[in-house]
Design a protein around this ligand. Structure first.
Ligand code: PAF
Length: 310
């Protein structure tokens, strides 16, 4: 059965207040619609965590850098509602832009530091738009939990920082990236790829996997990343905005793998900008370190060993 659609803040608050009177916990899954399996996996996780789940569908004008990109963004409310129906989400919140940003709206939430660099450097103002709308969605829903995909890894960091800084009482729950069978990370933008581009697209993920393995096996970071960027271009991508190794906890650039880290990339395939990221495999690092450490212990050249764990 389709979940009821709510379009105003007042109506949403009434619904949530009713749930709260029964002691129900509430989760929100913020989306811009054009739902795919990645979004649906967030909804599944939310339904396993909270008693009531709100899915928001709002194409947020404030996070687009170009009017053309905003105009081209798919609006598929009926299809989205049909995809959500079998899952059992409790409410779809689908506000109009005028409800979200009424005349005179003048506030921007800006999360410095973590919004700079990577996507922030190439899409000025994008994360201000994201933080502003996500703050409003958190306040409007009053949810206890919010579910975000790790594919938008920098966005996840921006949201977590904002929640901490503004003392918003919500738990941000990261969920793993969902991929096609060939490795391509699911994205609403994949629908824009031509058949030729679609065949090239998964090479971004396979280059990340190869690069992670090379780094884990001791390849020098700077030259390995440069080779990975060149490999993305050779695969048929038009431009690599960035392909970097960043600390998982703070997104700071790192020059050696001495802590949990992510490879993170944004690249253009024709007219489509794709992003992806991959957690560095720690198991292979340990596989290298453990035998050497055991030999040293056996030979008596070491009495204490330290192995870095994530
Ligand atoms: O990831 C998205 O779809 C959007 O950035 C979000 C979080 C729904 C805010 O508009």
């Amino acid at each position: 059965m389709s979940a009821p659609i709510v379009r105003t803040v007042a109506e949403l608050r009434t619904v949530v207040a009713g749930w709260r009177r029964t002691g129900a916990s509430v989760a929100v899954v913020p989306t811009m619609g054009a739902l795919h399996e990645g979004h649906l996996s967030l909804v599944h996780s939310a339904l396993q965590t909270a008693d009531r789940v709100i899915v928001t569908l709002f194409v947020n004008p404030k996070q687009f850098n170009s009017a053309a990109d905003l105009a081209a963004y798919p609006r598929t409310e009926n299809e989205d509602a049909a995809k959500l129906a079998p899952l059992g989400a409790h409410v779809l919140y689908v506000p109009e832009a005028a409800e979200m940003y009424p005349d005179g709206f003048a506030t921007t939430v800006s999360v410095s530091g973590v919004s700079d660099g990577l996507c922030g450097a190439f899409r000025p103002g994008h994360f201000d738009g994201v933080a502003t709308v996500v703050a409003k969605l958190f306040l409007q829903t009053g949810a206890d939990f919010a579910f975000f995909g790790e594919k938008d890894f920098q966005q996840l960091h921006v949201v977590k920082r904002m929640v901490r800084d503004l003392d918003i009482p919500i738990a941000v729950v990261p969920c793993p990236t969902v991929r096609e069978a060939d490795g391509l990370a699911l994205s609403s933008r994949n629908a824009r790829l031509s058949p030729t581009e679609r065949a090239i697209a998964p090479k971004l993920a396979s280059i990340l996997v190869e690069t992670a393995e090379r780094l884990a096996n001791g390849s020098p970071v700077t030259s390995t990343l440069a080779e990975a960027r060149a490999a993305v271009l050779s695969a048929g991508y038009r431009e690599v905005e960035y392909l970097e190794l960043r600390g998982e906890a703070d997104l700071q650039p790192i020059a050696s793998i001495d802590r949990p880290a992510r490879l993170i990339v944004a690249a253009w395939l024709g007219e489509t900008r794709l992003i992806d990221n991959l957690r560095m495999p720690w198991s292979s690092l340990l596989a290298d370190q453990m035998p050497r450490a055991c030999q040293e212990l056996a030979a008596g050249t070491a009495s204490l060993i330290a192995v870095r764990l994530p």
